[in-house]
Design a protein around this ligand. Structure first.
Ligand code: GDP
Length: 305
């Protein structure tokens, strides 16, 4: 929590502080509520959730007559938590299974997202967390369009002690994904993490490609997680991307990167609403340790601390 707070502090808690300052004004008049709305919108919370939050806060402040700083902070904390959601399944599911033939199966996690969002870095960091948890991991470099991506993933693999399966440059991403899972089964690995290509050249191209990767992988068993990596600094653009990916493949969780460099933490709320899928992981920097599970309480506390 301390680390989260310090990482978010530089950018994020302008949101919480701004809201608290506004709420603490002597007169909570119409202009002040509008400023509160603007503050939330600027932080990318999104129009619908912003209106909900403001309406509820307004009503509760009016009914309860809350005016003390502690009282207002507590109300804001509660309402922000409600907005972020405290009862969503935020576990990254990495429990393998057993095939019909009684053979052990690794869990399969697909990592998808537009290039540059931090997809490969997130896959690498996640591999590190899993290995530290005592799991054996195989990495699949299915981003065959960017040779550097496979090199980058392989470097992560070497660093954390995970084998990387890669294909020829320009080769079929689905073939690499299939091969990675095959290797995972052969090695009786616990988890296979597949880094996919994120070229948004054409929507249908992406949909066909991702859909094929998933279908091909599923020939060997279920896919446990499809994590969509989104760059928090891209704001509404990120939401448009998210929609395209969600049409291409069933997303089960969101990894929100670069929260350390963005004052727009409200995107957590907006993207969950947009996709109906929980944020499970957050990226707080470029370093190997800078991936954290998303915990609503810690997040909201960091915002308003
Ligand atoms: P990909 O093209 O989506 O695979 O993106 P990369 O994993 O290559 O990351 C793109 C850039 O974003 C790299 O310079 C990463 O170090 C950086 N990056 C990734 N995650 C984070 C994060 O959480 N915070 C910050 N500040 N940078 C990040």
């Amino acid at each position: 929590l301390v680390r989260l707070r310090s990482r978010l502090a530089r950018s994020q808690n302008t949101l919480g502080k701004g809201l608290l300052n506004l709420l603490s004004r002597e007169h909570l008049d119409e202009d002040t509520w509008e400023e509160i709305e603007d503050t939330l919108l600027t932080a990318d919370v999104g129009v619908g959730p912003t209106q909900e939050l403001v309406e509820r806060l307004r009503e509760r402040v009016r009914v309860l007559g809350t005016r003390t700083p502690e009282g207002l902070r507590a109300l804001l904390r509660e309402e922000l938590l409600t907005l972020v959601g405290t009862d969503l399944d935020r576990v990254v599911h990495t429990e393998g299974g057993v095939s019909a033939e009684g053979e052990e199966r690794p869990a399969v996690v697909l990592v998808v997202g537009v290039n540059g969002t931090g997809k490969t870095t997130t896959a690498g960091k996640l591999a590190r967390v899993l290995v530290a948890d005592g799991k054996s991991v195989v990495l699949g470099a299915a981003d065959t369009f960017r040779a550097a991506a496979a090199d980058q993933l392989q470097t992560w693999g070497e660093r954390v002690g995970a084998r990387t399966v890669r294909g020829a440059e320009g080769g079929d991403p689905a073939a690499v994904a299939f091969e990675a899972v095959r290797e995972g089964i052969a090695q009786t690995a616990d988890v296979v993490l597949v880094d996919t290509a994120g070229r948004l050249h054409t929507k249908t191209g992406l949909m066909d490609e991702l859909g094929k990767v998933k279908r091909v992988v599923e020939k060997q068993g279920p896919v446990n997680e499809v994590l969509l990596v989104l760059d928090a600094t891209t704001g509404q653009n990120g939401l448009v991307q998210a929609r395209v990916f969600a049409e291409a493949v069933d997303i089960t969780g969101i990894a929100l990167t670069k929260l350390d460099g963005s004052a727009k933490g409200g995107i957590v709320v907006a993207v969950q609403r947009e996709l109906g899928v929980p944020v499970k992981l957050i990226g707080l920097g470029e370093g190997a340790d800078d991936l954290a599970p998303f915990e609503p309480e810690a997040f909201v506390d960091a915002l308003i601390s």
